[in-house]
Design a binder for this molecule. Structure first.
Ligand code: FES
Length: 98
């Protein structure tokens, strides 16, 4: 288990390590777009990782290729559907809403 903090609400959740950030957010009841259902094809699940970036799985080519097509991407950007949670706490800032 690890702790997930969601901005801008500031809500925190105890979530399982080893699942995607998208699944953790949806299971927690957060609203986040995920138009391609986690295939790294749409970019709608783009988020900023404000803390705990090193706890997440490394971005693979498909994620980096998709991020390259999104306006406003920065060094804290990840696709929630591709980032797998590790054991350390993560703070994520949601950018899109369903
Ligand atoms: S849900 Fe489409 S890229 Fe993540």
């Amino acid at each position: 288990m690890t702790t997930l903090t969601v901005l801008p609400s500031g809500k925190t959740y105890d979530v399982a390590a080893g699942i995607t950030l998208l699944k953790a957010l949806l299971d927690a009841g957060e609203h986040i777009a995920h138009k391609c259902e986690g295939k790294a094809e749409c970019g709608s699940c783009h988020v900023f990782i404000q803390e705990g970036r090193k706890s997440l799985s490394k971005a693979q080519r498909a994620e980096n290729d998709r991020l390259d097509t999104i306006i406003g991407v920065g060094s804290k950007s990840r696709l929630a559907c591709q980032a797998v949670l590790g054991d350390e706490a993560v703070t994520v800032e949601l950018l899109s809403f369903v």
